[in-house]
Design a protein around this ligand. Sequence first.
Ligand SMILES: [Fe+2]
Length: 243
Amino acid sequence: MRIETLQVGENFVYVLAVAGRAAVVDPGVADPVSAYLEEAGLTLELILLTHYHGDHTGGVVALRRASHDVVGPAGGSIELDRTVVHGDSIDFAGHPIRALAVPGHTTHDTAYYLPEAKALFTGDLLFACGCGRMFERDSHQMWGSLCRLRNLPDDTCVYGGHDYTLENLAFAAHLEPDNVAIRERLKQFRADPAGTMPSTIGEEKRTNPFLRCDSEAVAAAAGRRGGTPVEVFAAIRGMKDRW
Ligand SMILES: [Fe+2]
């Protein structure tokens, strides 16, 4: 399986390709996706949605055809061919894709995990070195969802929904100035700003403060030494919102 990243402004759209067949994740726009599919000689079979914000779904109406499926969680106004819940498996060209419920950014956020390809599509729940804002759920649920993703194998490739990497890295370095892995990641980013995605679960565990709320360093930076991970998460999410 080949995974292509299409960047449109700060949005990422991902195209999965197997032997001329394609699936697309969160097509916020249609034209760049159509152009890529045509150029690559791919036939679209499946559209996967992580949640229902317009910048992830804006291209669905133009892209959808009777011959393929639009799959996503409940909670949106887009007509789905299949509604997924946590633990569901979707087949794409013989490859299983597991739906993982990760509420936090919205009520129905869903991540898609491909164990064979070691790939994880996280929508607006998890970004490179950051996480989404909590629009519909609370810190308790968001932290639980981040832990669900953190428990996947370290070599799982993480494909997030947006490129907020520079500001995320700056915030992470502000919280943990002594974290060598964050300094190294910042250096790599400056050398290759286009190489943001994918990262890996292992890299996020070392550098993403929102996956490190049970570390002493992040708790201290949040002014919550001895606090629970949820309290630490709430504190740094609030700090980031005002950053
Ligand atoms: Fe969103």
